[in-house]
Design a protein around this ligand. Structure first.
Ligand SMILES: CSC[C@H]1O[C@H](OP(=O)(O)O)[C@H](O)[C@@H]1O
Ligand code: ADE
Length: 289
């Protein structure tokens, strides 16, 4: 059986993680270029863990320019089986207040300027994204956060905007009222799509920092407001990861993440492009051999 390795992608305000045994920042090369930064590997309570700061240490990559394909490929190459995304977000719901965590279960992807697939002409594949989040990993991460004393909301739709500017008031109202979204951020797509193509379990903790711009009783979001809440959220996120490694072995998965490519590749074996295949060694090695 494959050993569980937890990959943690730290979002805004989370650029490292402490307490790892055998901690080592490692360079990882991929066919998609360099990941956002070196990757910190080690063990936490006996569980192998790899940590990658999504925006790089010092927050150098904008949401549009995060090398999403290299990040997921690099984690897969290191042996990561489960990816936990930690993400700052705005809230469209009164009850999802700053400091709360939302266990996202759906996305609406409004990003337009990003490479969204490992596959392309020469090896075409279509994975299911009906259920983009691993049910077992998400449940375990939510329980881990509750154990850390956080108020956790189970389920929520995350609107992924291109950014980097925040939404207009009209957009904020539309996402909330007409589209029924619960939270908003700029980074979880194409990350979740790529994790699915790479057959990794993926879950997100959306950590609320603000009420975007729709709320009549709260100021419009700005970076200062986000940063003011980030520090507390980051401390809770770190405690959540420590709790999660203790329970991840029993997390399970009914979503089918690890077999997403079983029937996804359409291109006939004899028509596949060796150059395209050459880049898929890590993410699709299980099915391409
Ligand atoms: C600093 S607020 C905007 C920024 O924060 C979130 O990033 P992440 O998901 O990596 O925590 C949001 O998506 C924006 O990229
Ligand atoms: N209101 C917001 N919109 C987009 N991304 C965010 N990240 C944190 N708050 C956000």
């Amino acid at each position: 059986m494959t050993e569980i390795m937890l990959g943690v992608i730290g979002g805004s305000g989370i650029y490292d993680i402490d307490g790892l045994e055998d901690a080592q920042w490692r360079d990882v090369q991929t066919p998609w270029g360099a990941p956002s930064d070196q990757i910190l590997t080690g063990r936490l309570h006996g569980v192998a863990l790899a940590f990658l700061p999504r925006h790089g240490r010092g927050h150098v990559h904008s949401p549009t320019d995060v090398p999403y394909r290299a990040n997921i490929d690099a984690l897969k190459r290191l042996g990561v089986t489960h990816v936990l995304s930690l993400s700052a977000c705005g809230s469209f719901r009164d009850e999802m207040a700053p400091g709360h965590f939302v266990m996202v279960d759906q996305y609406i992807d409004r990003t337009v300027n990003r490479d969204k697939s490992f596959f392309s002409s020469g090896c075409v594949a279509h994975v299911s994204m009906a259920h983009p989040i691993c049910d077992g990993l998400s449940r375990a991460a939510g329980d881990a956060a509750r154990q850390a004393g956080v108020t956790v909301h189970d389920g929520g739709t995350y609107l992924v905007m291109e950014g980097p500017q925040f939404s207009t008031l009209a957009e904020s109202r539309m996402y909330r009222e007409a589209w029924g979204c619960d939270v908003i951020g700029m980074t979880n797509m194409p990350e979740a799509k790529l994790a699915r193509e790479a057959e990794m379990h993926y879950a997100t903790i959306a950590m609320v920092t603000d009420y975007d711009s729709w709320h009549p009783d709260h100021d419009d979001v700005d970076v200062q407001a986000v940063i003011a809440v980030l520090q507390g959220n980051s401390a809770h996120a770190r405690a959540t990861v420590v709790n999660l490694v203790r329970m991840i072995a029993g997390a399970g998965c009914a979503t089918g993440c690890a077999t997403a490519l079983d029937f996804a590749i359409m291109t006939a074996p004899g028509r596949r492009d060796p150059v395209v295949l050459g880049k898929l060694d890590a993410v699709a090695g299980r099915v391409l051999g």
